[in-house]
Design a protein around this ligand. Structure first.
Ligand SMILES: Nc1ncnc2c1ncn2[C@@H]1O[C@H](COP(=O)(O)OP(=O)(O)OP(=O)(O)O)[C@@H](O)[C@H]1O
Length: 263
């Protein structure tokens, strides 16, 4: 359903372009003939039930997983050919990726800053500690933090190089509503300040409605709906995205007539 005519808009306006991407594991498709593009400066949610192919898709966008077929271009670069040319301009956050436990938060952030070639490492770590309120535990071992503190540190790590493209996997999983809200506000501020592009996988529909201007629903490795949250609510005749999600996952996507979606 998604157009593969990715030449419809100037290439520089697209942060991500997937063209007919398939990923097979032992002959079985995790992602199948996937094509979409993500406009620079947009915030897009990648949604779907367990096993829909979201993590595989994000892994391919990061250049960590090679597609079996098709191409993934990020910030103008073919990730299968030259991912090192753009890795410094992107970053990733997931609560499921841990940092070395015995190193302090400051030591971990300093290492990541150096890995990303950040110019004034001490200043950048101090800036992030201020922005994300890490001061109380900056010199504590990373393994001794609460879930909420770990998430703030993970976000600091993801923002360390001021990425133009930020990939988020469940950025507020396991957080209380207040802390989750706080994290979302920080993401909004970051996006506004730098005009960054954000792609996030989430199971929290309130988060998606608040942050995202576009929603891509995946099921069984393919896109089954792709639109603004408001348009999806109208199309499915629902009041909230949670119900749209259930409709899509339970096979009601046939009601959806996705519009041409390369933007
Ligand atoms: N390394 C792997 N080897 C074999 N199969 C895999 C591998 N990684 C993912 N898969 C399979 O590919 C499909 C898509 O998985 P993926 O993790 O991308 O889904 P997901 O949408 O991120 O799911 P979740 O919401 O549960 O994290 C699943 O059927 C999964 O079992």
């Amino acid at each position: 359903m998604l157009s593969t005519d990715v030449g419809a808009a100037p290439a520089h306006s697209k942060a991500i372009v997937l063209s007919d991407v398939t990923k097979l594991y032992k002959g079985k498709a995790a992602v199948s003939h996937l094509s979409f593009s993500i406009a620079q400066g947009s915030v897009t949610a990648l949604l779907g039930g367990n096993g829909a192919g979201k993590t595989t898709t994000i892994g391919m966008i990061m250049g960590l997983i090679l597609p079996t077929a098709g191409t993934v271009r990020v910030l103008g670069v073919d990730m299968a050919v030259d991912r090192h040319a753009v890795l410094g301009r992107m970053n990733f956050e997931s609560p499921y990726v841990d940092m070395p436990h015995r190193l302090t938060v400051r030591q971990n952030l300093t290492i990541f800053a150096k890995l990303y070639g950040v110019a004034r490492v001490k200043n950048r770590v101090a800036e992030l500690a201020e922005d994300l309120a890490l001061g109380d535990f900056l010199d504590r071992p990373s393994g001794q933090l609460s879930a909420g503190q770990k998430t703030r540190v993970a976000l600091a790590k993801a923002l360390i190089n001021e990425p133009e493209l930020l990939l988020l996997d469940e950025p507020t999983a396991s957080l209380d509503p207040d802390t989750a809200d706080w994290i979302r506000a920080r993401l909004e501020t970051y996006r506004r300040r730098l005009g960054a592009t954000i792609l996030l996988a989430s199971h929290n529909m309130a988060e998606v409605e608040r942050l995202c201007d576009r929603v891509i629903f995946m099921n069984a490795g393919s896109v089954v709906a792709d639109d603004t949250p408001q348009a999806l609510l109208a199309r499915f005749g629902r009041d909230d995205l949670e119900d749209v999600f259930l409709d899509v996952i339970r096979g009601q996507a046939a009601r959806s007539v996705p519009k041409e979606s390369v933007r």
